[in-house]
Design a protein. Structure first.
Length: 255
């Protein structure tokens, strides 16, 4: 007796199977690390479950800590704490002194990551010094914890006149990472370390009142599952393949 159901062509079955397999590997943009310093905390507040961002660690010989100097770009209100370093040297001297904020980002097992951008809010204070302060936060990264390799991503700069307080009106600095090949297709369980160095344009003797401020540090990226189907998907595909084979054999017998 002929079935009342019209056999589905094998080509259609293969298209369905391909769609199922394609849906198994999904990529999504997310915030992979975010530091707002709320509650005077150095921990990340991101919620991505496929990567792990560490808390910030601080390495500095300068005066440092939390300050209520405004939280977000464009605000004039002193709200949640920001973090600050007292500016006391140029890039050359600060490189030697190693004054920086550091955090790591580790890709989860079974995933890969493409980093999209990094950004933060940047403010500064020149205090009562007679010189203009050029406040800088420079971003660097490394895949071996800065043991032997380091690369600079970019530098945010704020020029502050004597006695001015740029922290009342932060600028937002953001730079894309998708053009940096080393930060694309980062493998499972790999760790990239970021450092943000604070420095200014002076030697240190004239900028004792200068302060570099930073807030809302954020790294965005796309985390994708490795191209390995889940067991449930494999079972479904096997079942559909069996149906396709059975349908093909039946059509040959009826012919």
């Amino acid at each position: 007796m002929n079935s009342i159901l019209t056999p589905i062509p094998a080509r259609t079955w293969m298209i369905v199977i391909g769609l199922i397999l394609g849906s198994v590997v999904q990529a999504r943009a997310d915030t992979l690390a975010r530091y707002t310093f709320t509650g005077s905390s150095l921990a990340t507040s991101d919620s991505d479950g496929n990567s792990v961002a560490s808390a910030i660690t601080v390495n500095s010989n300068s005066t440092k800590g939390f300050s209520t100097g405004g939280q977000s770009a464009g605000t004039t209100a002193a709200s949640a704490p920001v973090y600050y370093f007292r500016t006391d040297g140029t890039a050359a001297t600060e490189g030697a002194a190693d004054d920086y904020l550091q955090f790591t980002l580790t890709v989860g097992s079974g995933f890969t990551a493409d980093l999209a951008k990094i950004g933060f809010d940047h403010g500064a204070t020149a205090g009562s010094d007679s010189d203009n302060i050029i406040s800088n936060w420079q971003i660097r990264y490394s895949f071996d914890g800065f043991a032997t390799t380091t690369a600079t991503i970019g530098t945010s700069t704020v020029n502050v006149s004597p006695g001015a307080n740029q922290s009342a009106n932060y600028i937002h600095y953001e730079i894309g990472l998708d053009g940096i090949s080393a930060l694309q297709s980062i493998g499972a369980n790999s760790t990239v370390t970021f450092r943000l160095y604070a420095f200014d344009n002076l030697s240190g003797t004239s900028s004792t009142s200068g302060v570099n401020r930073i807030d809302n540090i954020q790294v965005d990226g796309v985390v994708a599952a490795s191209a390995v189907p889940e067991p449930s998907a494999c079972v479904l595909v096997a079942g559909l393949t069996g149906l396709a084979v059975a349908g093909s054999r039946r059509r040959r017998r009826e012919a």
